[in-house]
Design a protein around this ligand. Structure first.
Ligand code: BGC
Length: 721
């Protein structure tokens, strides 16, 4: 009865809808049959209304049948605040949410169970906010480090990407909230994203750019997917029959809704027939949308069949039966202690120790009595910005606040801003950021640094500098930060650099001149607490880079081959499979920091790899055990990475590819035997002649270690027919 009353309230002042009654009385009827029965009752006009937006984030239901409207919301970093029709804040007091670390931070944990918890908690918050489709996770491959959304996405590697995508989706959907995986496909740059065409060869598409989407659909059963703004091979992704009909719906068996990116639909008939189900947009005049009156006319003119329309409505109702119409009575929860713990745990496991040559970290508070905290990023918050990825938090702990709360009784802390992180991306013909160093701020920072035992400089990007809608121009440090680091380092030899960012930057000078470097991210509302705990040693850093840092931009594949941002609105993915570390390893180019890189306060000694058998057949799993010892004084989490390489292959192959990984806690002095398994089918390449996956027989080498550049133990196996 209580459930009934709740649902009454939710449906609103209208009568309890027929659909709900049907759902109750025909509980045991298969969902598809229930849906078909409902579709029979709908008029064509009602169906068409369900296929396009009627507000910023919603589409219409059918009141007379009790079909609720569809309600979506962004996005990867937490459930977005409500907005008005002009995109400004709705100024509500009921639309806050937990701010979780950004996508590349989550990826840097190399911990799929955290991805599940992130998804679960976002799902729970989406329920509380009654947003039944959450526009996340976002996981386009990091093809160029300049892409403005690198921070929202996970990685340059399809395997790491897939494992995180699958768990995020499972977590979200465990709450009967639909994940909307995005952006399908190859939205790898923001520059001209609305018009650019990506020319990607089929093998590269299948092996690099699609695996995480495929896994999220076939393994995690993602209920919705967002088509990308760009074109693939000359056809917009929102009307790309190959992507949407052939691959997604037919081959992968996707049963849910293909939702356009906002304003990313370009036609009525082509989009409707070629796989798009729901048109969303950024601005009003909803009746004029391609999938509104023009779609109605096209059906009447026989250009789009009724069967096609019914199939789309079926998909929408199918998702509703799993979400808003599901029997899940949970009212959801916002910002619970559990959500806060998840945000903290992700942040704590994402921070990457890049350099610690002087053993300044963890901070020795019996010697250090004063710290000069310097830099705009020490006091900046990161929950807002980046268009769709903003969250209205209840609080966000800045780095300075975190350090103060952890150290204040023991250590004197001063703060100087050092630089102003002001960035205005849309300005034309005037600099986007201050063109001169602010010498007053610089001098104050130097004075503070001189009189303290230790200085911590917080530099990096911010949520305006790295954002949807634009790519960075290059990898250089913004806001005259290099000058600040140089001046502070000259003033105090005990200077720690903390870089806050979501994508690779040019840290070469800092790597050369500074002995202590820590990488943090747009790390959620617990950012400052997690960071302070890493600095004081309460948390041993265990983050590993989810992408390669090139020493110079021109070393990065798309840039080395002059294949970014494209010419005449077309970009050829000339590097093919050689994305990220695949390129650096194969071409033997030394990166600044390799894929998988990250230090710890302890050391791990890899001792051996034992492989269960010498020969494997298709259908089997290769079982390997890696033995390693924690030889240092701190307990720590090590991520054992297992790459596979195939010499003398019949086809082009990268030097090695990640095929398994596991993060394990190892106590000081303890030896761990870590079991990893690689299905033989995962060694397959995509054969364009047969359009199928082929496992080549012969010898393969398994390479295990702490990063792509630090392989410690290897072993061989043979795949036999
Ligand atoms: C972004 C999507 C986002 C949508 C709604 C678009 O600009 O590309 O990722 O979900 O806006 O905010």
């Amino acid at each position: 009865m209580t459930t009934r009353i709740l649902i009454y309230a939710w449906v609103g002042a209208f009568t309890l809808g027929t659909l709900y009654v049907n759902a109750q009385t025909k509980k045991h009827q298969p969902v598809d049959a229930k849906i078909d029965a409902v579709i029979k009752k709908l008029t064509l006009e009602e169906k068409i209304k369900m296929l396009h937006a009627n507000s910023k984030f919603g589409s219409a239901g059918v009141e007379r049948l009790g079909i609720p409207g569809l309600m979506t919301d962004d996005g990867p970093l937490g459930v977005r605040e409500d907005v008005k029709e002009n995109w400004s804040s709705a100024n509500l007091t009921t639309d806050s949410a937990t701010f979780f670390p950004n996508g590349s931070a989550l990826a840097a944990t190399w911990n799929p169970s955290l991805a599940y918890r992130y998804g679960h908690d976002i799902g729970e918050e989406a329920r509380a906010r009654k947003k039944y489709i959450i526009l996340a996770p976002a996981f386009n491959i990091c093809r160029t480090p300049l892409c403005g959304r690198t921070y929202e996405y996970f990685s340059e590697d399809p395997f790491l990407n897939s494992r995180l995508a699958v768990q995020s989706v499972k977590g979200i959907q465990s709450q009967n909230i639909a994940a909307c995986i995005k952006h399908f496909a190859v939205n790898n740059q923001e520059f001209e994203r609305g018009r650019v065409n990506a020319e990607v060869d089929e093998r590269t598409l299948q092996e690099i750019y699609l695996p995480a989407f495929k896994a999220a659909v076939t393994e995690a059963n993602a209920w919705t997917i967002m088509s990308a703004y760009n074109k693939l091979r000359g056809v917009y992704c929102a009307e790309n029959a190959y992507l949407l009909n052939d691959l997604l719906k037919k081959q992968w068996g996707f049963k849910g809704i293909v939702i356009s990116d906002w304003g990313g639909t370009h036609s009525t008939v082509a989009a409707a027939n070629d796989g798009l189900d729901l048109e969303m947009g950024s601005f009003g005049a909803y009746d004029n949308y391609f999938f509104a009156n023009p779609l109605l006319d096209s059906v009447k003119a026989g250009k789009v069949s009724l069967k096609t329309i019914d199939e789309k409505v079926h998909r929408i109702l199918w998702v509703m039966y799993h979400t808003s119409m599901s029997e899940n009575p949970s009212p959801g929860k916002i910002n619970t202690p559990q959500h806060v713990t998840t945000a903290y745990d992700i942040a704590a496991e994402s921070i990457v120790l890049l350099k610690n040559d002087k053993q300044l970290l963890p901070l020795n508070t019996s010697h250090i009595k004063s710290i000069a905290v310097i830099g705009d990023n020490a006091t900046r918050t990161f929950h807002l910005g980046g268009f769709g990825a903003g969250v209205k938090v209840r609080y966000e702990v800045t780095a300075l606040a975190g350090l103060k709360s952890r150290l204040n009784n023991k250590v004197k802390i001063t703060y100087a801003q050092g630089y102003k992180g002001v960035y205005k991306p849309m300005r034309k013909n005037v600099p986007n950021e201050p063109d001169k160093q602010d010498t007053t701020l610089l001098n104050e920072a130097v004075t503070n640094a001189k009189s303290a035992d230790l200085a911590i400089v917080f530099i990096g990007g911010n949520r305006e500098y790295e954002s949807e809608g634009h790519d960075r121009k290059d990898l250089s440090l913004p806001f005259h930060e290099q000058e600040l680091v140089d001046a502070v380092t000259a003033a105090n030899a005990n200077t720690i650099v903390v870089f806050v960012g979501g994508a690779p930057y040019d840290l070469s000078k800092i790597k050369k001149n500074n002995h202590t470097i820590v990488w943090s991210w747009y790390n959620g509302q617990e950012n400052g607490n997690a960071l302070a705990d890493v600095l004081v040693g309460k948390v041993n850093p265990s983050g590993r880079m989810p992408f390669t840092f090139p020493a110079e931009l021109k070393d990065s594949p798309a840039h080395a081959l002059n294949a970014y941002p494209g010419e005449n609105l077309s970009v050829e993915y000339k590097e093919g499979l050689m994305v990220g570390y695949r390129w650096f390893d194969t071409k033997k180019i030394e990166p600044l920091y390799c894929f998988g890189y990250g230090l710890s306060y302890t050391n791990y000694q890899y001792q051996s790899i034992t492989i269960a058998k010498k020969a494997y057949k298709a259908g089997e799993n290769i079982a390997a055990v890696i033995k390693l010892k924690n030889t240092g004084k701190f307990a720590g989490k090590e991520t054992i990475q297992l790459y596979v390489s195939k010499a003398n292959s019949m086809v082009e192959r990268p030097a090695k590819e990640l095929k398994a990984f596991k993060k394990v806690m190892i106590r000081p002095g303890e030896t761990a035997n870590v079991a990893l398994s690689v299905p033989v089918k995962d060694l397959a390449y995509f054969d364009t002649k047969t359009s199928g996956w082929v496992v080549e027989p012969g010898k393969y080498t398994l390479l295990a270690g702490g990063s792509s550049g630090d392989i410690k133990v290897t072993g061989n196996i043979t795949v036999v027919n």
